[in-house]
Design a protein around this ligand. Structure first.
Ligand code: SF4
Ligand code: MG
Length: 465
């Protein structure tokens, strides 16, 4: 998901809508905005579909007055069952003795089932099936006097990955979990402030990027200043390495470096680790593009757009059902036959999950008359599900969970298939020494099976790490 908030700026809702539009790649299923205005109080609009279709017409936007607002774009993750209901669309809102608060959550709470059971036993009435709603109920039960303190209380009970943006009548609040699994950044705009999942959402509103919120940090922004607290026991951070590979936008800055540069470095690393004789390097657009450019620069093999993407389709990976995902590849991508014919082609993609995309693309490339097809993948084999907010399927559906690299190559029927090594990926994200196996610098659980937070709900349901 993507989250965004602003304070201290006229017509906040318009800025939130723009910020969410820039974060649309993080979630395309639904979106919501909550604002607060002295006269009108809290207002919210939550809808299915794209931001541009829901939060642009003057009538809707006039329902969201105020100088303070937050928003969320949603995509459903591992824990979610069945079709999303509008009641599951964030931000969530709660009315407390000292006033209301709204929250927008990116990530996934790994002990949500246990918390929900406990809260229901003690009388909480849940409105949605979302794990994020636990935070509101925990806040309601806290005995603290003010809302930031209640949030601290609530989040100390929560396990897993969370970047949260919240608002009260007068404050904008941002928090990251102690491991800092999901991103969150702070920006300045005029006399106001912005919080966003990624810096690309600051760019679109003309805000200046100030810094990342630190893992385990909570910042409370009032019209007259910022306060920073560290409510959790400090731990070594474990940022999601897959944000670098796929999830974040290439024009965002992560860890002081553009995501684009990192992806290009991944491609270079891949070319060193797994060279191949070929005539053409093609990205699987758009997610494979920067890595393909890096691969081409390092190997000296010319780069070309052998596959053309229809810009009006969403990202396949993010579509909620398998049926839609299967169709998605063909609806979205087409081969540039004139370029491909007779060539030995290196196809660079960000990841192989179920293998459906790779298989279809290989068929399309061979149909177009390619002489050879070599896959180079900008992440290690995805062999484990993510329980921290990225939608990977159950373990059984992951190709790499049951097949070796050679078996996958045969399954995809390509001339060669190579993945970047875990150490190579760490080098590309800027860790010169590679992965510290005793104390990894990132979360890489979907590749290594090394989960930084025990996924308690999943273990209870029989998941074996
Ligand atoms: Fe990111 Fe993978 Fe960790 Fe999930 S399991 S947080 S996708 S690195
Ligand atoms: Mg892709």
């Amino acid at each position: 998901c993507g989250i965004f908030g602003v304070i201290g700026i006229a017509d906040a809702a318009n800025f939130v809508a723009l910020g969410l539009h820039a974060l649309q790649h993080r979630g395309q299923e639904a979106g919501g905005i909550v604002t607060h205005d002295a006269d009108e109080g809290f207002q919210s609009v939550r809808r299915f579909g794209y931001v541009r279709d829901n939060f642009t017409d003057p009538e809707t936007m006039s329902k969201l007055p105020g100088t303070l607002g937050i928003g969320h774009v949603r995509y459903s993750t591992a824990g979610s069952k069945g079709q999303t209901q509008i009641r599951d669309v964030q931000p969530f809102f709660g009315e407390f003795a000292m006033g209301g608060a709204a929250i927008a959550h990116n990530g996934n709470i790994t002990n949500a089932n246990a918390l929900r059971r406990e809260l229901i036993e003690r009388g909480s009435i849940f409105q949605s099936s979302s794990d994020s709603e636990c935070i509101i109920h925990l806040m309601a039960r806290s005995l603290q006097r003010d809302i930031p303190a209640r949030m601290e209380d609530a989040l100390r009970r929560v396990e897993g990955a969370f970047s949260v943006i919240a608002m009260t009548r007068t404050k904008l609040i941002g928090v990251r979990d102690p491991l800092g699994v999901r991103p969150l950044v702070l920006g300045k705009i005029g006399d106001g402030w912005a919080l966003a999942s990624e810096t690309c959402a600051l760019d679109i509103i003309g805000a200046e990027f100030i810094r990342e919120i630190e893992p385990g940090e909570m910042i409370v922004i009032r019209p007259d200043g910022i306060e920073s607290v560290h409510p959790f026991r400090p731990k070594r951070s474990r940022f999601c390495i897959f944000e670098h590979v796929y999830f974040s936008r290439p024009d965002s800055i992560l860890g002081g470096r553009s995501v684009y540069e990192t992806r290009e470095a991944i491609g270079r690393e891949l070319a060193k680790e797994a060279p191949v004789e070929a005539d053409l390097v093609c990205p699987v657009p758009d997610s494979g593009t920067p890595a393909a450019i890096g691969f081409s620069l390092e190997s000296g093999i010319p780069y070309g757009m052998g596959i053309i993407r229809n810009q009006y389709m969403g990202r396949t990976f993010i579509e909620p059902t398998e049926q839609i995902r299967n169709m998605g590849v063909r609806l979205k991508l087409n081969v540039n036959r004139a370029l491909i014919r007779g060539k030995r082609v290196v196809l660079v993609d960000d990841s192989v999950v179920r293998g459906t995309t790779s298989r279809k693309i290989k068929e399309m490339i061979l149909d177009a008359g390619a002489a050879e097809v070599h896959f180079r993948i900008a992440s290690p084999p995805t062999a484990w599900p993510c329980f921290y907010g990225v939608d990977t399927p159950q373990r059984e559906k992951l190709l790499a969970a049951s097949m070796s690299e050679e078996e996958m190559r045969r399954h995809l029927a390509v001339d060669s298939l190579r993945f970047i090594s875990l150490d190579g990926l760490y080098r590309a994200v800027g860790e010169a020494q590679g992965r510290d196996n005793d104390n990894p610098q990132y979360c890489d659980a979907c590749f290594s099976g090394c989960y930084p937070v025990e996924p308690a709900d999943m273990v209870e349901q029989g998941f074996r790490m």
